[in-house]
Write a protein that binds this ligand. Structure first.
Ligand code: NAD
Length: 466
């Protein structure tokens, strides 16, 4: 999609067609203040609702989401441009976070130890924080909000969500569905806008914690504003993910995985592989297979016959990506050119592959966030790991190999948070933590899993003598 500002309205459009899909209202300081105050008032009552009862409403929400999975997936496909199976997959991943939140009674359990001294016992208890806010990116309009608010609310918090202005409509519908499930009014709220709205949310005196997912530049900014206001913060940033292919790893299954990783969702995933590091003599047979696979990839809107790859999010994104391709021609060998043979209408870029890319070139270094794959050739696994570890990002990396020893060495030495072994998109499920290292995360605790529960709660230690 792309957005245009009309006074206080944000217009949401389909990136495949340019058609308007809807409008949302931009929240200024007054609306943010109202939302956070209302959320706080509800929190004071919600936190007293027994955790089993809080969890029970999420069982209901899970059922309602299942019933509306296809509808939500179509909203995502329309506003984001991704293919329907990808959109369904992301809604499914979001629902899994709700299922995880249903286990909150177990997740909130503390530790206890009898007899820490004569007649004295001790226990930990976990309690909610208050109002938590979430700021989410355009690329997973349904899943990423659901990384956040189900865990926060099941733990007893209230939540104010500010989705991406480029893809806010999935959040609007999820909010409507949530509102049918017996939760108290205002325990979840959705507000819209960009930087001023975010800063008003973070700076509000009643906001206790900030979850952010987006680009590294904004993640860094959000973290520093949050810290300045003494707020708890987790800010997940961008990525440059390296796919290491050993000579024994050039299989059809690996190629399918690499294609999905590099070109799935038009390369607009924080887990997208964007550099293939071909070890030894892996490059030639791998490139032959990749060339053949890309020639069959059909580009188009999700609802056109046989389409497998959709548009990128906006004209601005398309221009940025094409700029990287134009620039890459100066230093690298263009093997597949995604600037050609794309639909005229909409913001499409086709799959693009460069070979013999210099590891210090922007193609191998910057987050392009589009369907552009750089192939770098290195002699050894150690050289591949060393190259990947030079990145300022540390989100994800994968190895393709038949060797357990190579996979073990890679998993030990690679400096990323999410590792794939013969898996091109190493996406942790709801009960594991999601997040990277280095400039891919600002803050200590990752999204969902036990980290999510820890992030949205605070601990007390009780020491009792009777
Ligand atoms: P973005 O950083 O432009 O925007 C993210 C959110 O921040 C949006 O809600 C936006 O309105 C808000 N925002 C934008 N500029 C702001 C500012 N100056 N101050 C405060 N808030 C601001 O990101 P995007 O383009 O929507 O999403 C793509 C990025 O997200 C990529 O870099 C991708 O790697 C990253 N991402 C990371 C993960 C992860 O798990 N690490 C997951 C998904 C996406």
């Amino acid at each position: 999609m792309s957005t245009a500002v009309l006074s206080d309205e944000i217009v949401v459009t389909n990136p495949a067609t340019g058609a308007e899909l809807g409008r949302v209202k931009r929240a200024g300081e007054t609306e943010v203040d109202r939302a956070v105050r209302a959320a706080h008032a509800t929190y004071l009552e919600w936190r007293e609702v027994p955790v089993v009862e809080r969890a029970r409403r999420f069982f209901k929400f899970q059922v309602v989401l299942e019933e509306h999975l296809d509808e939500l997936a179509k909203i995502v496909a329309n506003e984001n441009g991704k293919m329907l199976p990808d959109a369904r997959g992301e809604v499914r991943r979001g629902i899994e976070c709700v299922e995880f939140a249903c286990g909150m009674p177990s997740l909130l359990m503390g530790d206890s130890l009898e007899g820490i001294a004569r007649g004295i016992d001790s226990q930990t208890i976990r309690q909610p924080l208050g109002v938590c806010v979430g700021i989410t990116p355009f690329n997973f309009p349904a899943m990423i909000p659901m990384w956040m608010f189900p865990i926060a609310i099941a733990a007893g918090n209230a939540f104010v969500l500010k989705p991406s202005p480029q893809t806010p409509l999935a959040s609007v519908r999820i909010f409507e569905l949530f509102s049918q499930c017996g939760f108290p009014p205002n325990v979840l709220q959705v507000v819209h806008g960009d930087r001023p709205t975010v800063e008003a949310l973070i700076g509000h005196p009643l906001t206790r914690a900030v979850s952010f997912v987006g680009s590294s530049a904004v993640a860094r900014h959000v973290q520093s504003v949050a810290v300045e206001h003494h707020k708890r913060v987790q800010a997940l940033g961008g990525a440059k993910n390296f796919l290491i292919v050993m000579p024994d790893g050039v299989t059809d299954a690996a190629v399918e995985n690499i294609m999905g990783s590099a070109f799935g969702a038009a390369g607009e995933r924080c887990l997208a592989g964007s550099v293939v590091v071909a070890v030894g003599d892996a490059a030639e047979p791998l490139l032959a297979k990749l060339r053949a696979a890309t020639s069959k990839l059909k580009i188009g809107a999700w609802d056109t016959d046989g389409a497998q790859m959709g548009p990128v999010i906006s004209e601005q994104a398309r221009e940025r990506i094409v700029g990287y391709i134009d620039d890459g021609l100066r230093t690298s060998e263009l093997v597949v050119d995604g600037r050609k043979n794309v639909p005229e209408r909409g913001t499409f870029v086709g799959p693009t592959i460069f070979d013999n890319v210099d590891p210090s070139a922007p193609l191998a270094r910057d987050e392009i966030f589009g369907p552009v794959l750089a192939v770098v050739r290195v002699p050894t696994l150690d050289a591949a790991i060393e190259l990947a570890n030079r990145s300022t990002y540390g989100n994800a990396s994968s190895i393709f190999t038949q060797s357990g020893g190579a996979a073990q060495r890679f998993a030990h030495a690679i400096e990323v948070g999410m590792i794939g072994v013969n898996v091109g998109v190493a996406a942790p499920m709801a009960f594991f933590p999601f997040g990277g290292m280095k400039d891919s995360i600002f803050g200590d605790l990752r999204a969902h899993g036990k980290d999510g529960v820890a992030f949205y709660t605070q601990q007390k230690v009780v020491i009792s003598r009777w």
